[in-house]
Write a protein that binds this ligand. Structure first.
Ligand SMILES: Cc1cc2nc3c(=O)[nH]c(=O)nc-3n(C[C@H](O)[C@H](O)[C@H](O)COP(=O)(O)OP(=O)(O)OC[C@H]3O[C@@H](n4cnc5c(N)ncnc54)[C@H](O)[C@@H]3O)c2cc1C
Ligand code: FES
Length: 342
């Protein structure tokens, strides 16, 4: 009970080749790193997303939650821990997993806010310097107003210069989504921390099944644009893009998707599925939930890329598993909000 941890001693932490830093008593590795301005990947901060995973090279930590539901057996065997859930009990040395592009903390201004639907906006930022990323990844966005906590947003395009944009769904009473889309905040400063996440294109012989819900279309569009720009192998693969939305007024980017389809080399099918469209409307497309339209044909020998609200992703993964697609062929990014993360 009264071990080293309870003596409230400050602990030393070393991350990769960075200078040693001192953590405060009971401070997590993630919070300590961020306090010392070390760009450390994170999203939920409460053990719900796995973004902050890192390798414990030396020392002991107290873990606040069970990591086994987020990390694979292989990762646990290789000493992976969650930075946001680990408090050093001794001097600790950790290594961040190898990433394709270095994390950066970059300042930016909001240069455009464009309504895509009644509640989804495309928010464009102009950065002080370019932030290279892999299409599909996301950044954490911070603003100077202390009332507004940092939130994650996915890159919506394949921009490679100092511009980047997000599709932001405005949540009633949502602090950050309302701030980012409020007209009075145009030209205001924000700080972006990234790139982060492991949702990006993987080579395979399989066909592609992309499922997007709401603003979850952003990283999928980013991947499709990256494929067109680089002519990587993705562009030759047969692809079905299913977009789940409530009604026709929640659909957006249909024209842009048509343009992508024209340039795609494999077969490209786009299906919008509406769950709350009035029966009496002129909608000729699919109705219900996306999962109701998954079957042995569109799931045969596919690789899945899923992005959007967590319940939609959980249901789609379960259905795909039932239809014979192993989880190792399914990549996803859940747009967790604070209620789901805690
Ligand atoms: C990896 C990752 C990437 C993400 N990318 C995007 C993106 O590209 N575009 C995007 O729009 N969002 C994205 N999100 C979600 C985003 O980070 C915020 O959670 C979201 O914008 C709400 O933040 P807020 O501060 O406006 O709302 P908050 O102030 O956090 O929430 C206000 C209230 O609304 C509830 N709430 C929050 N979100 C929802 C929701 N979706 N549905 C119902 N209730 C909700 C909260 O629990 C709370 O009660 C992503 C999340 C993750 C983890
Ligand atoms: S930031 Fe640690 S699990 Fe989400």
């Amino acid at each position: 009970m009264f071990g080293i941890f309870d003596k409230k001693k400050d602990m030393q932490l070393v991350i990769d080749d960075k200078p040693e830093m001192i953590l405060q008593a009971k401070e997590t590795i993630l919070n300590g790193a961020l306090r010392h301005n070390i760009p450390f990947p994170y999203s939920c901060k409460v053990g719900g997303c796995g973004s902050c995973k890192c390798i414990l090279v030396e020392g002991k930590v107290k873990e606040l939650t069970d990591k086994s539901y987020l990390l694979s057996k292989e990762e646990i065997k290789n000493n992976y821990i969650l930075g946001c859930q680990s408090i050093p009990k001794t001097r600790v040395v950790i290594k961040l997993p190898a990433v394709a592009f270095e994390h950066q903390i970059v300042t930016a201004v909001i240069s455009e806010q464009k309504a895509l639907t009644h509640d989804i906006f495309e928010v464009t930022l102009t950065l002080d310097k370019p932030m290279p990323f892999q299409a599909g990844q996301y950044v954490n966005v911070e603003v100077s107003d202390e009332e507004i906590p940092p939130r994650s947003y996915s890159f919506a395009h394949d921009f490679r210069d100092t511009s980047l944009s997000f599709f932001v769904r405005v949540i009633p009473n949502g602090k950050m989504s309302n701030w980012l889309t409020a007209p009075e905040n145009i030209n205001r400063n924000v700080v972006v921390n990234g790139p982060q996440g492991e949702f990006y294109y993987r080579e395979s012989e399989r066909d592609l099944l992309c499922i997007a819900g709401g603003s979850g279309l952003a990283p999928i569009i980013s991947m499709l644009e990256a494929a067109l720009a680089s002519s990587n192998t993705m562009i030759n693969r047969n692809l079905t893009l299913m977009m789940g939305a409530r009604t026709q007024k929640d659909l957006y980017y249909s024209d842009e998707i048509k343009k992508i389809k024209k340039r795609w080399k494999g077969v490209f099918e786009f299906k919008a599925v509406l769950s709350e469209e009035p029966e009496s409307s002129n909608w000729q497309g699919l109705r219900g939930f996306v999962t109701e339209h998954l079957d042995k044909t569109n799931c045969h020998n596919t690789q899945g890329y899923l992005c959007g609200p967590p319940p939609m992703i959980d249901a789609a993964i379960a259905t795909m598993n039932t239809l014979g697609i192993d989880s190792e062929h399914i990549y996803f990014d859940k747009f967790l909000d604070q209620s789901q993360a805690s």
